[in-house]
Ligand binder design. Structure first.
Ligand code: PMP
Ligand code: GLN
Length: 396
């Protein structure tokens, strides 16, 4: 007899717990789980400290502190020209993770189909399953991760309720182009489907690429739930301040879940983020420039180690092809890399419904100090040698 409910019994443990634990046990440089190992900006910390000292310490309104909702609406107008009503179209959530759950639980009925691009962020599928929805997968393939019109069109049916898009995309670093988003927008309108766009890496974008907000495309503002959070933009993943932007009707649906799941998020942190979002343009461009330089440094280190990096256009992750090294799969490779080379990475098979599709790849995070990346680069040099001696032991 097991006490665990059937709805969670096949979930397993998230790969992020598993790899961070392995990295800690081997004192490996952790390029696995994506969290910055440098401090976030002082102006953000200071604003939260002041809010605590000013006794902003009781429950926030369920939809979030008014100053934060206004700052979010203002930011959407400033960066994307999207008009947003802070009272009826914004909900402040406990990170983007809660936003994803509340949106899916608030909109998906049992039997509804949800289109998911894979590799996917690992909370999407459990959220759809808990709602009783049926995931339908579109597999993005390296090195371009491009979308084929015919293949995507074939996934839409009368049962499709929702399509989940993540741009810039974790783990591939793909930034969906305006053409790709327009294709999705057309399909959503033809089939009466809602687009849920996870844009948590919206400000981490390289090589002059442009982040396009799905909600700004013609006909999409009333059928899009835009999700973002402060964690990546302000290098404070532990704060868990996220939000949704959606029409009043869609907002009400997700709010019904949000109110009973968390009621509200942490009030003083919301005040901090309200101040932070007003940072000048240079804060955002400096962030992207810093990450672009980290990307180039790590890509070079991976190349020298015998891996083939697939250059990301956004996010703080880089995928690399591990095919040449002779490992049976990505999990064996990442365990070997962590234990024998002292660098942790994430095996991307965790982000595919068919793990074999991720078996020749590994994901590395570059949201780390330059010293950490340099130490990883020094260790990665050992990879070729350790992989060769492993092969030798296996064949004996
Ligand atoms: N979506 C994606 C694509 C992510 O990479 C993350 C990172 N954890 C999240 C959502 C969750 O964001 P948060 O920490 O704000 O819950
Ligand atoms: N978003 C981060 C990643 O993809 C961490 C997520 C988590 O730990 N849940 O690595």
């Amino acid at each position: 007899m097991t006490y665990m409910a059937q709805r969670v019994s096949n979930f397993g443990t998230t790969i992020f717990f598993e790899m961070t634990d392995l990295a800690n046990r081997h004192q490996a440089v952790n390029l696995g789980q994506g969290f910055p190992n440098f401090p976030g900006p002082d102006f953000l910390k200071q604003a939260a400290i002041e809010a605590i000292q000013d006794d902003v310490n009781q429950y926030a309104p369920g939809s979030g502190r008014p100053r934060l909702r206004e700052a979010i609406a203002h930011k959407m107008a400033r960066f994307y020209g999207l008009p947003v009503d802070p009272d009826s179209e914004v909900t402040v959530t406990h990170g983007a993770t809660e936003a994803i759950f509340a949106t899916i639980l608030g909109l998906v009925n049992p039997g509804d189909e949800v289109i998911i691009f894979e590799p996917y962020y690992d909370s999407y599928v459990p959220a759809v399953q808990i709602a009783g929805g049926v995931p339908r997968f579109y597999t993005l393939r390296p090195p371009n991760w491009a979308i084929d019109r015919k293949e995507l069109t074939a996934l839409f049916s009368d049962k499709t309720k929702l399509i989940l898009i993540n741009t810039p995309h974790n783990p591939t670093g793909k930034v969906y182009s305006e053409d790709e988003l327009s294709l999705i927008a057309d399909l959503c309108q033809t089939h009466n489907v809602i687009a849920v766009t996870d844009e948590v890496y919206e400000h981490i974008i390289f090589d002059g690429a442009k982040h396009v907000c799905m909600a700004t495309l013609p006909g999409m503002s009333t059928r899009t739930v835009t999700i973002s959070s402060a964690g990546k933009t302000f290098s404070m993943t532990g704060w868990k301040v996220g939000w949704t932007i959606a029409s009043p009707e869609l907002t009400q649906a997700l709010f019904r879940v949000h109110q009973f799941m968390v009621y509200c998020g942490a009030a003083p942190l919301q005040e901090g983020v309200a101040t932070a979002l007003q940072a000048p343009h240079t804060y955002y461009t400096d962030l992207a420039a810093m990450y672009e330089s980290n990307r180039d440094f790590l890509a070079n280190a991976l190349l020298k180690a015998g891996l083939t990096p697939i250059m990301p256009k956004g996010t703080y992750f880089i995928m690399a092809d591990i095919g040449q090294l002779g490992f049976p799969d990505d999990v064996t490779f990442c365990r070997h890399l962590t234990a024998e080379v002292g660098v942790a990475a994430i095996p991307p098979s965790a982000f595919y419904h068919n793990p074999a599709d991720g078996a020749t790849l590994a994901r590395f995070a570059f949201c780390k100090t330059r010293e950490t990346l340099e130490e990883a680069a020094r260790r990665l040099v050992k990879l070729k040698h350790s992989a060769a001696s492993r092969k030798l032991t296996m064949s004996n």
